[in-house]
Design a protein around this ligand. Structure first.
Ligand code: NDP
Length: 294
């Protein structure tokens, strides 16, 4: 199965559908990523803060796949923001992943109260890009205001903004800002994981009757319908599962097409209720943690 690719704003090709490993314990990560690569995923999304970059790298190395055939994305944690600190964060991540060059390196969060530090971190990403250490750079959880401040102060437009997007939290204003600047929106919790693995004020997207009805009409599962919705609207999506049958299910989303009314019906499920932390409230005091050396 060949996953469609998205062309980033610097011409780099990225498989639209990737495989996420947030909350995958390090001792399960190698097996999970190996299963994903065997199933056909060619894009892995990890982060320094997930504590499993080393195991992702081991699985990629053991896969026997050519380096060019696997797109590896990781994120710099806020504790490593600052120009020199972020350059060193690259060394830590690349060292753990066992890779000379990363395909996509993004800032995990904006630090709204310390935006100078966020900009310094991004300037380090620009340096790494210029030096060929990374093929593309981007951000995560950046709201339009953060993007505006970043774009004013830096010269490389982020290739990707990875944000919470699922049928219950669509963030149309972020999607519009990304589109305006030619930034690919990459959906985290793309099947609404955060709506069911964390207590929230709303139920699970997997149980939603509208999504269930569309899934039944196509003889597909709710997860497949949600992933199809992202892909047809031009987003990248990075579903996570450690369950082999679900890993396969989430990749098997190419053989059907949702109609405009179905896409609109899913759009209309937006509750405006965020599952993840409020981006404006991210501080190093509250969320900082030391990222170990490679
Ligand atoms: P997802 O929407 O991918 O949902 C994951 C959850 O859904 C897990 O509990 C998984 O269980 C379950 N699941 C997976 N596939 C299916 C299926 N087909 N049917 C039923 N249940 C299923 O949420 P995540 O929050 O994990 O987001 C995905 C990725 O996004 C992360 O792994 C990470 O890479 C990234 N992310 C980034 C963030 C950021 O701040 N930048 C924040 C959060 C996530 P199981 O594994 O047991 O099968």
């Amino acid at each position: 199965m060949t996953v469609p690719t998205i062309t980033l704003n610097n011409g780099v090709l990225m498989p639209a559908l990737g495989y996420g490993v947030f909350q995958t314990p390090p001792d399960e990560t190698r097996t999970a990523v190996t299963t994903a690569l065997e199933t056909g995923y060619r894009h892995i999304d990890t982060a320094a803060a997930y504590g499993n970059e080393r195991e992702v790298g081991e699985a990629v190395a053991a896969s026997g796949l050519a380096r060019d055939d696997v797109f590896v994305e990781t994120k710099v944690w806020i504790s490593d923001y600052g120009y020199d600190e972020t350059l060193h964060a690259f060394d830590k991540s690349a060292g753990k992943l066992g890779l000379e060059q990363l395909d996509l390196l993004i800032l995990h969060q904006a630090l709204p109260g310390e935006f100078d530090l966020t900009i310094a971190a991004y300037r380090a990403l620009e340096r790494l890009l210029a030096d060929g250490r990374v093929r593309a750079i981007g951000v995560s959880n950046f709201m339009p205001e953060h993007l505006g401040r970043l774009l004013e102060a830096t010269s490389v437009v982020p290739a990707v903004n990875q944000v919470e997007v699922h049928p219950y939290f669509r963030q149309p204003e972020v999607l519009a800002a990304d589109a305006e600047h030619g930034i690919v929106t990459q959906a985290w919790s793309p099947i609404g994981g955060i709506t069911f693995y964390r207590d929230g004020s709303h139920g699970s997207t997997l149980q939603d009757p509208t999504i269930g009805g569309i899934a039944a009409a196509h003889d597909r599962t709710p997860a497949q319908v949600m992933l199809r919705w992202h892909l047809q609207q031009g987003r990248s999506a990075i579903p996570k599962s450690v369950t082999p049958a679900r890993i396969a299910e989430n990749l098997d989303v190419l053989g059907f097409e949702l109609g405009p009314d179905e896409l609109a019906a899913i759009d209309a499920l937006d509750t405006g209720v965020r599952g993840g932390p409020e981006p404006e409230a991210i501080t190093r005091e509250a969320f900082g943690r030391e990222i170990p050396e490679a």
